[in-house]
Design a protein around this ligand. Structure first.
Ligand SMILES: [Zn+2]
Length: 224
């Protein structure tokens, strides 16, 4: 496995993904995390060459500006849809569900992405998988080497594997920050369909062989 999890406050994750040319950082945790993240990269002995954001919530983009300032030339990538939210443009897009609502913290960042991602794009060994619902433009990332799925907040594992479509009583925050639950449920099913070998998420530990736990989480969300 070529992915290292960085955890802050026991509940907010970022990931360092090893590639031939250096490290891809997936998400940046809350503000104040740059030092911890750079130290983790230092322990791996590799430079961070790109930053990919699964979505624009503050607990994923919070240390982006600080990291970009300390990593000159780093490539920053996010979906086109969540790039708007990163720039604090909260206007909906044509065709989005009328009952969708932006929830959770969108603090925005000064850093502008140099690359806008769409489904099927590759970021090193990672394949971009659309994962809308928690936010309108969330993406997941599938490591094509070992089928580790970095799911952003489409799933959480803190207090048990859960989807973003239904609050987990033991860790309700990801679902409470969800933009549109029916879309989040459709994404949970689509990600399950990838049959990941490992599920890595924004909140909680990485789970090996997650298929049956994902099935149960989907069933609970379907039950309403
Ligand atoms: Zn989130």
């Amino acid at each position: 496995m070529s992915i290292t999890r960085i955890t802050r406050f026991g509940m907010v994750n970022a990931f360092l993904v090893e590639e031939d040319d250096g490290l891809t950082l997936v998400d940046t945790t809350l503000p104040g995390g740059a030092k911890t993240i750079l130290a983790a990269a230092g322990r791996l002995g590799r430079p961070i060459v790109r930053i990919v954001l699964t979505h624009a919530h503050q607990d994923h983009i919070g240390s982006l500006d600080a990291l970009a300032a300390q990593l000159p030339g780093v490539e920053v990538a996010i979906s086109a849809r969540d790039a708007k939210l990163l720039a604090k443009d909260m206007t909906p897009e044509p065709g989005e569900p009328a009952d969708a609502k932006l929830r959770g913290g969108y603090s925005g960042a000064k850093t502008r992405p140099g690359r806008l991602l769409a489904g099927g794009d590759r970021v090193g060994s990672l394949e971009v998988v659309p994962a809308p619902g928690h936010t309108p433009g969330q993406i997941a990332l599938l490591d094509t080497r070992d089928r580790t799925l970095i799911a952003g907040d489409a799933y959480s594992t803190l207090g048990g594997v859960a989807t973003a479509a239904k609050p987990n009583p033991r860790m309700p925050l990801p679902a409470l920050a969800t933009w549109h639950r029916p879309t989040a449920l459709a994404t949970a099913r689509a990600l399950r369909g990838l049959d990941p070998a490992r599920l890595a998420v924004g909140h909680g530990k990485t789970v090996d062989a997650p298929g049956s736990a994902m099935d149960r989480a989907i069933s609970r969300a379907e039950a309403g």
